[in-house]
Design a protein around this ligand. Structure first.
Ligand SMILES: Nc1ncnc2c1ncn2[C@@H]1O[C@H](COP(=O)(O)OP(=O)(O)OP(=O)(O)O)[C@@H](O)[C@H]1O
Ligand SMILES: O=C([O-])CC(=O)C(=O)O
Ligand SMILES: [Ca+2]
Ligand SMILES: [Mn+2]
Length: 662
C-alpha cells in the first residue's frame, strides 16, 4: 500500500486518515520533559557513497600474531605471502602444454575496483608473445579460502538453485548427478600402481593410462582457466598431526568450496600462512563434461585419480561427494603404506574413553549412531587406526536427510544452520522451511556441516584404541538378528563380505530387497586388495582386545513389504548396551545358518525381537529367506577363498569357516 503522505505521523488505515475503525494515531510529539533531541546525528566519516561502503568492511587480520610465525614463510610481508600463494596456485593451474600458469588476481572480479590489478604470477609468465592464445592474456580471479558468509553470497548471487533455508543453511542443487558415479571412477595404471593396487574383477579401480589422464586434466584446467574466477581451498586431512595431508581443491562453484570447507579440516590463519605446496590437488570442473571421444571414456562423467601426480580431475558431475570420497580413496592408498588402517566408519567415545567404530555401507547408520548425545563424536564416516589410536580424516559430517526428524535425530537437526550445505532438498518457496520427507529431487538428500556443529564433538578428533567394532547392516530381508556378538573370525568374515540390502525402488510398488556386498564396507573407496585391510583390522583388534558386533538396522518382522524398519530407539538401546559393557556379559544363544551369538535380553528392547524367527508370522518364509541370504553370502565370498589373510593359513581357514553353514 502506498503511503498516504499526510506527513503528520499518523499511520494509514486504508480508510482515509483518522478513520473510525483505524488504529490510533502514533504519537510522534516529544514528551514534555524530554530534552529536545538533536537528530542531526554525527555524520559518517565519508565523503562519497563508495567511501561509506568501504568503511563497512574491516580488513581481516590473522588471529595469531605473525611475530610468532616459524618456518619458511616467517618474516615475509603480507604482500609477499599473497604473492607466494598466487604463484603456488598459478603452478597448480598451469596448462601442461603451455607450461605456464595463468595470470592470477585475488578477489572477486565483480569487485574489480577494490582489487589491485596486479598480477602476482611468476615474471616469466609476463611475456605473452603474439603466438599465445587468448587464454594466456586473461586474468583468472582466485577466491582463496573464502569464509562461509562470503561463499553464501557467491552462491546466491551466481549459482541457480542456491537459497537460504529457514534455519540458515545453504540449499544447493548438485545438478544431474545426486549421488556418486563409481562406474566413472578411473585410476592411472602405471609401473608403480600396477603392482601396488587391486585391479580386475571386483576392484573399484577402473584403469586408465597416464596420457588419457593428462588429456582430461588439460580439459579441466582449460575449463577452469576460461572462467572469470575459481575457488581455491587449501585444507588438511587427518587429525593425527604426524599423518596430516595437505589438500588443495580448485573448483568453479561456491557450493563446492563451502562443501569442502565444511568437510576437510580447516587450517588456522597461521597454518594457512605456512601451507606451502599441497600434497594432493583436486581439479573440479564438474559442470564441464569429459570428451567421449577420449580413450577409456564411457560416459560424459569421469573422475580420474593419478596417484603418481597426486592429482584428481572431476569432469561431468557436480555431486560434491565425489571430492570427499575421492580423497578418501587417496587415504586408502597412502595410510596403509605407513601401517595405518583407513576405515569407512563412524567413531565415538564414551565419558570413560571407550571408543567404538561403526562400519557400514551407505545408509546403514554410521552418522546416525555415531552422533550420540551421551558420547563424544570423533567422526561420522572416515577414520584412521594407527599404533597410537584412532583419528578422524575429516573436519565435518555428511548426514543423510531423508525423513530427518528433530525428535529422533536432534543433534543432526540442530546442526543444519548457517554454514551448513543442504544438498537437493525441497523447501517451501516462501517460508524456506525444508520438507525432509520430499524426495522430488532425490532420495539422497544430504547435509554437510563442520563437526563442531555437533555439541559433543571431540576436538581434536582423535581417540584411543577402539574397544568395540560394530558392523552395521541394513538387512531389508529381515533375517539378521538386531544384534549379535562376533568372534574375531566372524568379524573378519562379515568385514570382508560388507553386506547390506536396500530396497531397489519404491515407486513401482513393492520390490525385492537387493543384497549388496562391498568388501571392507567400502569397496568403492579401497585401493589395495580387501584382504590387506582385513589383515590389518584383525591384528589391531586382536592386539587391543576389541570386540566385534553385527547390528541389523534394517527390517524386522518380515522382509521389506511385510516387516518394518527396526525402530531407531531400539537400535540406540542395543548400541548403549554394547558401549556400557552390559551386553558383553549377557546370556547368548546361537542362531542356525549364520551361527550368530544372540543375546536373550537387552535393556529397553522387547526380548521377542532379538531372535528374528519370533517376529515372522510365516516361519516357512523366514527359513527360505534365511537360506536365500546365506546363499548370497556364500556366492559372494567365493572370490576370497583363494586369498590368504594375514601371515598364517590358520586365520584364513577360520574366516572361511565363519560364514553361514547349511
Ligand atoms: N534402526 C535404525 N538404525 C539406524 N538408522 C536408522 C534406523 N532406522 C532408520 N534409520 C535411518 O537410516 C539412515 C541411516 O543413515 P546414515 O546417514 O547414518 O548412513 P551412513 O551409514 O552414515 O551412510 P553414508 O556412508 O552414506 O553417509 C538415517 O536416515 C536414519 O534416520
Ligand atoms: O560419498 C557419498 O556420496 C556418501 C557417503 O558417505 C557414502 O556413500 O558412503
Ligand atoms: Ca554418513
Ligand atoms: Mn560414507
Amino acid at each position: 500500500m502506498a503511503s498516504n503522505g499526510n506527513g503528520n505521523g499518523s499511520v494509514a488505515t486504508g480508510k482515509g486518515s483518522g478513520g473510525r475503525n483505524g488504529l490510533p494515531k502514533i504519537q510522534t510529539q516529544k514528551r514534555q520533559n524530554a530534552i529536545c533531541h538533536d537528530d542531526t546525528a554525527p555524520t559518517v566519516k565519508a565523503q562519497t557513497i563508495d567511501e561509506l561502503h568501504s568503511l563497512q568492511r574491516k580488513k581481516s587480520a590473522p588471529t595469531t600474531p605473525l611475530d610468532g610465525v616459524q618456518g619458511a614463510f616467517a618474516n615475509l610481508t603480507e604482500e609477499e605471502r599473497h604473492k607466494q600463494q598466487l604463484q603456488s596456485i598459478s603452478a597448480s593451474l598451469a596448462s601442461l602444454t603451455r607450461e605456464t600458469g595463468p595470470k592470477l588476481v585475488r578477489g572477486d572480479p565483480a569487485r574489480q575496483s577494490e582489487t589491485p590489478r596486479v598480477s602476482h604470477a611468476p615474471d616469466h609468465h609476463f611475456a605473452p608473445t603474439f603466438s599465445a592464445s587468448d587464454s594466456s592474456l586473461k586474468f583468472t580471479h582466485v577466491l582463496y579460502n573464502l569464509s562461509p558468509a562470503e561463499l553464501y553470497e557467491q552462491a546466491i548471487h551466481y549459482e541457480k538453485g542456491s537459497f537460504i533455508t529457514s534455519s540458515g543453511a545453504l540449499a544447493t542443487l548438485s545438478g544431474a548427478k545426486t549421488g556418486r558415479s563409481p562406474k566413472d571412477k578411473r585410476v592411472v595404471r602405471d609401473d608403480t600402481t600396477e603392482d601396488e593396487l587391486w585391479w580386475g574383477k571386483g576392484s573399484p579401480n577402473i584403469e586408465m593410462d597416464e596420457h588419457t589422464f593428462l588429456v582430461n586434466r588439460e580439459r579441466a584446467v582449460d575449463y577452469l582457466n576460461s572462467l572469470d574466477k575459481v575457488f581455491v581451498n587449501d585444507q588438511f586431512l587427518n587429525w593425527d598431526p604426524e599423518n596430516r595431508i595437505k589438500v588443495r581443491i580448485v573448483s568453479a562453484r561456491a557450493y563446492h568450496s563451502l562443501f569442502m570447507h565444511n568437510m576437510c579440516i580447516r587450517p588456522t590463519a597461521e597454518e594457512l600462512e605456512n601451507f606451502g605446496t599441497p600434497d594432493f590437488t583436486i581439479y573440479n570442473a564438474g559442470q564441464f563434461p569429459c570428451n567421449r571421444y577420449t580413450h577409456y571414456m564411457t560416459s560424459s562423467t569421469s573422475i580420474d585419480l593419478n596417484l603418481g601426480r597426486r592429482e584428481m580431475v572431476i569432469l561431468g558431475t557436480q555431486y560434491a561427494g565425489e571430492m570427499k570420497k575421492g580423497l578418501f580413496g587417496v587415504m586408502h592408498y597412502l595410510m596403509p603404506k605407513r601401517q595405518i588402517l583407513s576405515l569407512h566408519s563412524g567413531c565415538n567415545m564414551g565419558k570413560n574413553g571407550d571408543v567404538a567404530l561403526f562400519f557400514g555401507l551407505s545408509g546403514t547408520g554410521k552418522t546416525t549412531l555415531s552422533t550420540d548425545h551421551n558420547r563424544y563424536l570423533i567422526g561420522d564416516d572416515e577414520h584412521c587406526w594407527s599404533d597410537k589410536g584412532v583419528s578422524n580424516i575429516e573436519g565435518g559430517c555428511y548426514a543423510k536427510c531423508i525423513d530427518l526428524s528433530r525428535e529422533k535425530e536432534p543433534d543432526i537437526w540442530n546442526a543444519i544452520k548457517f554454514g551448513t550445505v543442504l544438498e537437493n532438498v525441497v523447501f517451501d518457496e516462501h517460508t524456506r522451511e525444508v520438507d525432509y520427507l520430499d524426495k522430488s529431487v532425490t532420495e539422497n538428500t544430504r547435509a554437510a556441516y563442520p563437526i563442531e556443529y555437533i555439541p559433543n564433538a571431540k576436538i581434536p578428533c582423535v581417540g584411543p584404541h577402539p574397544k568395540n567394532v560394530i558392523l552395521l547392516a541394513c538387512d531389508a530381508f529381515g533375517v539378521l538378528p538386531p544384534v549379535s556378538k562376533l568372534n574375531l573370525a566372524q568379524t573378519m568374515y562379515h568385514f570382508i563380505s560388507g553386506y547390506t540390502a536396500l530396497v531397489a525402488g519404491t515407486e513401482e510398488g513393492v520390490k525385492e530387497p537387493r543384497a549388496t556386498f562391498s568388501a571392507c564396507f567400502g569397496a568403492a573407496f579401497i585401493m589395495l586388495h580387501p584382504t590387506k585391510y582385513a589383515a590389518m583390522l584383525a591384528s589391531k583388534m586382536e592386539k587391543h582386545g576389541a570386540t566385534g558386533w553385527l547390528v541389523n538396522t534394517g527390517w524386522s518382522g518380515g522382509s521389506y513389504g511385510s516387516g518394518s524398519r527396526m525402530k531407531l530407539a531400539y537400535t540406540r538401546k542395543i548400541i548403549d548396551a554394547i558401549h556400557s559393557g552390559k551386553l558383553l556379559n549377557a546370556n547368548y544363544k546361537k542362531t542356525e545358518v549364520f551361527g550368530l551369538e544372540i543375546p536373550t535380553e537387552v535393556e529397553g528392547v522387547p526380548s521377542e525381537i532379538l531372535d528374528p524367527v519370533n517376529t515372522w508370522s510365516d516361519k516357512k518364509a523366514y527359513k527360505e529367506t534365511l537360506l536365500k541370504l546365506g546363499g548370497l553370502f556364500k556366492n559372494n565370498f567365493e572370490v576370497f577363498l583363494n586369498h590368504k589373510i594375514g601371515k598364517d593359513d590358520k586365520l584364513t581357514q577360520e574366516i572361511v569357516g565363519a560364514g553361514p553353514k547349511f
